[in-house]
Each structure stands twice: as C-alpha cells, then as structure tokens.
Design a protein around this ligand. Structure first.
Ligand SMILES: NC(=O)c1ccc[n+]([C@@H]2O[C@H](COP(=O)([O-])OP(=O)(O)OC[C@H]3O[C@@H](n4cnc5c(N)ncnc54)[C@H](O)[C@@H]3O)[C@@H](O)[C@H]2O)c1
Ligand SMILES: O=C(O)C[C@H](O)C(=O)O
Ligand SMILES: [Mg+2]
Length: 605
C-alpha cells in the first residue's frame, strides 16, 4: 500500500517537475559566486553544460541530481528531523524546523520556495505565525546571515544613496516594520525583521511575487524594551525610540528613497504600534502605493469572517446589520475591523447618515468597556464608544468587564484582537452559550498561539458545539466525540495581504483605495460554499492560498480599473485591463505569478 502511494506520488511529482521550460536567466557572475548566491544556486542540479559555461566544473560532486530528487532529499531530511525531535519540547522542535528551512532559504531559493509552496499548510506555521514570533524573540542568538535592509536613525540623510546598496534592480513588494508591536509580543526592536521576512515569504508562496523582487525592511529607530537594551546580543540601536517629528522624518526619508528608486513598488506597513500605524497610513495613503496590513488587511479578513458567520446562522447576508458584535482590543487591528464593518453596514443600509449605526458594536480595551464617559478617550476609539440612553443596555457602564458585557449583550460574535492570551476564559466562554445567536462565533485572532484569547479546545468545551471558531494562529480541529468535529478556521490577514499587494502591483494603481480593499474582502467572503459554511468552515484551507490570492488579486485589479486608477503593468496597458472580463483578469493575474523552476543560466560580463 505504502509503495503504491509512493509510486503514485512519484508520477505526480514527475509531471509537476517537468512543467513548461522557463526562459533563460542572465547572470553576471561565475564559479563559486554563483554557488553562494541563493537566487541562482541549483546545488547538485547544475547540468554539465551549465557547469562548463559558468566555470562550475570541479566545484561540485560529479553526480547530477534532478530538481525532483533534491526536493525528495530535503523532505526526507525534514521528516527525519521531525522524527528525531518528537520527544523534545515544542519550542525546540519549532526552532529546529525553522533552522532547516532557513538554511535552505539561504542556500537555494528556488528549491526553498518550491517546498514552501507544495507544503504550505505544514510550513506556514514555521515561517509565519506562530514560530516566526519565537524567531523574533530569539533573533540575537539565531542571526547568521542578513536578509533584507536595515535603515536606522543613524542613517538619516543617507537613505537615498543607501537604497542603491540593494542588489536587485527591480523591487515589486516591500514589507516595512519598525518592530514596535510584533504580533502580541510587544516592542522587539530590530528583532522584528523576522516579520517582514515571513510576510514576504507568503507573498512569494501565495501571490507568486518573484523572490528577486521582494525587500524586507527594518526601520530601527531604537527600542523601549529595557530587556533588549540590556541584552549583550541585541543587534539594534541601543537607544530609546525616536518620537514625534524625529520619528516621522525617518519614515518620510525611507518612503521617498524607496519610491525614488522603485516608483512602481507596493509598500506594506506591518506591526507598527497603533499611534504610528494610523498616523503613517493617514500620511502616506494618498501619496504612495501603500497599505497597513494590521489595520486594513485584518479588517477585510475579519469582515469576511463576520459575513461567513451570518451565513452559518442560516440568515441572509443583509442580516449583518442586526448582528451584535463585541470587539476586545481597541488597537490598530480592532479599530480597523470596526471601521470596515461599519462601512459594510452603511452600504447594506444605503443610509450614510444613520448615526445609530454603532448600536451593534461594543468595544473593550485594557480598561474594560469603552464609553463616552471614558477619561482621555482615544480619538480612534471615540466613534465606537457607547453612550447612554435608548439603544444602550441597562447596567453596562464605563469600564464594564468582558464577562459582564458578554452576559448582558449576548453577542452573535465575540472577536479578540487584544494580544492577551486566555482572556476569553471559562466564564466568558460559558456566557457565550447564552448568546442570542443560533451559532455564536468566537474569533480569538491574537498572535502568536500563546497570545490567542482562548484555545480551540476551550472554545468548544465551554461555549458548546454549535459555535463557529476562528483563531489568528493555527489550532488543530477539535474532536467533539461521536464522530463530530469542531472546525478550526484560521482568521489571519494572510488570506488578503498577498492578493491586495499583487492586485495593486498588476493594476499599476498608484494608490490603494477603500474600494480596492473592499473588493478584496468581498472576494474572500464569497469564496466559501454554502455547504462548507454549514459545517462551520468560514475560511478556506491555507493549502488553497495560491488560488485564493489569484482571485483576490483579480478582484483588486478590477476595482482599480473601475475607479480609473489602473495604469497598467509592464506591457499590459490600462485599456487592455479595462477590456478584460472577470475570467480574463483572473487569467492575467495567474499568468503573472512566479513559480519556482530552475531556469537555464547564461553568463554575461
Ligand atoms: N489574526 C490576524 O490577522 C491579526 C491581525 C492583526 C493583529 N492581530 C493580533 O491582534 C493583537 C493586537 O494587535 P493591535 O495591532 O491591535 O495591537 P495594539 O497594541 O494596537 O492594541 C491592543 C489593544 O488591546 C487592548 N487590551 C490590552 N489588554 C487588554 C485586556 N486585558 N482586555 C481588553 N483589551 C485589552 C489594548 O488596550 C489595546 O487597545 C496582536 O496580538 C496581533 O498579533 C492579529
Ligand atoms: O502576522 C500575523 O500572523 C497576523 C498579523 O499581521 C499580526 O500582526 O498578528
Ligand atoms: Mg501584523
């Protein structure tokens, strides 16, 4: 049986690996320089003719392996690592897996991205959340080779020339962080570089962005994390974070430098603390092709989940306007979600002046329920602060606790973006049993796993089998007994940011508008079938991420065209984009996605 399965896999692999021959790739180096360049290195797979052409003869063992053979060899060593570490603690195993993948990444990118794409469900938790969080926390000790670019406060005035130190003449996607709010782990300073690297790995795997055209960036403006400042292995600037105009002048300089060199690039802001997330979004979104993933990507994914929940209740989508939603966490992500949900409700009601719109949202932060009575009410939370009088629930006052709010509101959805692990405790989850909804939804969206508001097991155990459950980091499905399964959805912005970036790039739009973001969210929301929804599946499997991203990317392109923002990409002009049908746009996006295959290398001086 095992042999038969292996043989079938081999035939399938042989087909996959003998796909269309790629065009030649020009290289300006020879010999060991090529072997040490992960963009071009093929390790033992260089054919003899190439070994001759590129001065590699004698620098490699004589046997030539196929790509397929190399792939199998890597997977075998990965599986034996899994086997050999099975009794080790989870963190040790996770880091060992990250190391083996990272070593391949450093050596041979084509093979790395092929194994990543083909095994995305297993490898995403290593290169992305949750392991990437652990990697950032341990970055000082794990650092071996640099990846991406570092711009520090000490580089002020130099960035326009520094940007030319990046070896690639073309860059399509930049992911930028200042390390100030890494997942739910707080200020990790320069160690946050792991996040842009992981996000860009997802861009390559999901959106088919060419890895030679991605750039992870760390803006090191200092850190307020005393533990890091005291750590002798810390690799960033040992100074407190810049604030105010000084801070903004660094970000301004980077943005000007990046767009001066690559005017058509897309910049994704990632894991900035709230005040800078909103400030920079406001400052740059009408000037540059950029978006903030934590504010806007998350909002779209959450909205798709909220709409999926309405469908799971067996109600028509327009019933979304009656859903009671409790959001825990009034940060960049929570506020972003509320704004997008509010926009969706306004569209459904087609009544842009309806001020009673916030009646269905309850927002909590570290001080409990946010009301208009809050002293020093943050301006971003103010539009969602509860008032008093009609529409308010008696006895729910300023600072009410989460369990009080859940008991009194009986919400359809309890959504956590607080970064506080376990805050949806037994009491809170049990209170969700009395929700007014036939299928209460619990979204524990904070990352990484230890920061999730609750585990999947606890959610089903205390809130009951009927719930719809989603978490930001992956959990295994829950065995509910009697052959029933509690489905775990992953509500993570990875379902949208690759398609938003890809769609913006391929449309040639100079800005990313609300319309483009809304199109992305709606596309994701409609991806799931009614049959899946009935089973509590509101997000597709991550193994379909390339397909999802193709569709989301096409929806973004079409929205840019509809808003007359699409200027075209490479040899496809705005007119051609405008004339494309939906299917043709999907095909256009799919054709522009990079796929890892060895290209014949041709040397040019
Ligand atoms: N799943 C996803 O796609 C996704 C996307 C973005 C962010 N996140 C996660 O969301 C979390 C928050 O991100 P952010 O950017 O909004 O952070 P943030 O620091 O801007 O906001 C955190 C908010 O949580 C509130 N909070 C803290 N303790 C609380 C408590 N005990 N009870 C209620 N609220 C409390 C804070 O007052 C603040 O309003 C992080 O863990 C992040 O990883 C997940
Ligand atoms: O990085 C993630 O997994 C999602 C999100 O961007 C976050 O900050 O938690
Ligand atoms: Mg993030």
């Amino acid at each position: 049986m095992w042999n038969l399965a292996r043989a079938a896999l081999k035939v399938r692999n042989a087909r996959r690996f003998s796909m269309a021959m790629p065009g030649p790739c020009i290289v300006h180096k020879r010999g060991t320089d090529i072997l040490h360049d992960p963009w071009f290195n093929k390790d033992t797979a260089f054919p003899l003719t190439e070994r001759d052409r590129l001065g590699l003869r004698g620098l490699l063992p004589p046997r030539i392996l196929s790509f397929e053979h190399q792939y199998d060899r890597f997977m075998e060593s990965y599986h034996s690592l899994e086997h050999n570490t099975r009794s080790e603690p989870a963190n040790v195993v996770a880091l060992a897996k990250w190391r083996i993948l990272n070593r391949l990444h450093d050596r041979n990118e084509t093979l790395y991205y092929r194994v990543l794409i083909d095994n995305i469900k297993d490898f995403a938790p290593i290169i992305y959340t949750p392991t990437v969080g652990l990697v950032c926390q341990n970055y000082g000790g794990l650092f071996r080779r640099p990846r991406g670019m570092y711009f520090s406060a000490k580089d002020k005035g130099e960035m326009t020339s520094m940007i030319y130190n990046w070896p690639s003449p073309k860059v399509d996607m930049i992911v930028l962080t200042d390390g100030s709010r890494i997942l739910g782990l707080g200020d990790l300073g320069v160690q946050g570089i792991g996040i842009p690297i992981g996000k860009l790995d997802m861009y390559v795997a999901a959106a088919g962005i060419n890895p030679q055209r991605i750039l992870p960036v760390m803006l090191d403006v200092g850190t307020n994390n005393q533990r890091l400042l005291d750590d002798r292995l810390y690799l960033g600037l040992r100074q407190p974070r810049l604030e105010g105009e000084e801070y903004l002048s660094i970000v301004d300089e980077f943005m000007e430098a990046a767009f001066a060199r690559w005017p058509k690039a897309v910049v994704q802001f990632e894991d900035f603390q709230m005040k800078w997330a909103f400030e920079t979004l406001h400052r740059y979104r009408r000037k540059f092709c950029m978006f903030n993933d934590d504010v806007q990507g998350t909002a779209g994914v959450a909205l798709a989940g909220l709409l999926g929940t309405v469908r799971a209740q067996g109600r028509p989508l327009k019933d979304f306007v009656h859903q009671k939603i409790v959001v825990v966490g009034a940060g960049s992500a929570g506020i972003g979600v509320l704004h997008m949900a509010k926009q969706a409700i306004l569209r459904m009601r087609r009544d842009h002046k309806n001020m009673a719109i916030n009646n269905q949202f309850w927002l909590l932060d570290k001080d409990g329920l946010v009301t208009k009575e809050r002293r020093n009410l943050d301006s971003s939370a103010a539009p969602f602060a509860r008032g008093s009088g009609p529409g308010e629930i008696e006895g729910l006052s300023e600072g009410a606790s989460l369990v009080e709010v859940v008991k009194k509101v009986k919400p359809d959805v309890l959504l956590g973006l607080s970064g506080v692990g376990g805050i949806f405790n037994k009491q809170v989850l049990e209170a969700m049993r009395d929700s007014d909804s036939p299928r209460p939804a619990i979204f524990a969206m904070s990352n990484p796993t230890m920061n999730a508001e609750c585990t999947a097991d606890d959610a089903f155990k205390y809130a009951g089998d009927k719930i719809v459950f989603a978490s930001g980091s992956p959990f295994a499905d829950v065995d509910l007994g009697n052959g029933k399964v509690g489905h775990v959805n992953q509500a993570n912005n990875m379902y949208l940011f690759p398609g938003i970036g890809l769609g913006a790039l391929l449309s040639g739009a100079r800005l990313i508008t609300d319309g483009m973001l809304q199109a992305a969210a709606e596309c994701l929301a409609s991806y799931i079938t009614d049959e899946d929804i009935r089973k509590g599946i509101i997000f597709p499997s991550i193994s379909r991420i390339r397909h999802i991203t193709t569709e989301v990317g096409a929806a973004v392109v079409r929205a840019a065209v509809a808003e007359e923002l699409a200027e075209g990409h490479c040899d496809v002009g705005p007119r051609e984009l405008m004339d494309m049908s939906k299917e043709e746009t999907i095909d256009y996006v799919a054709r522009n996605m990079w796929y890892p295959i060895y290209s014949p290398l041709v040397h040019e001086k």
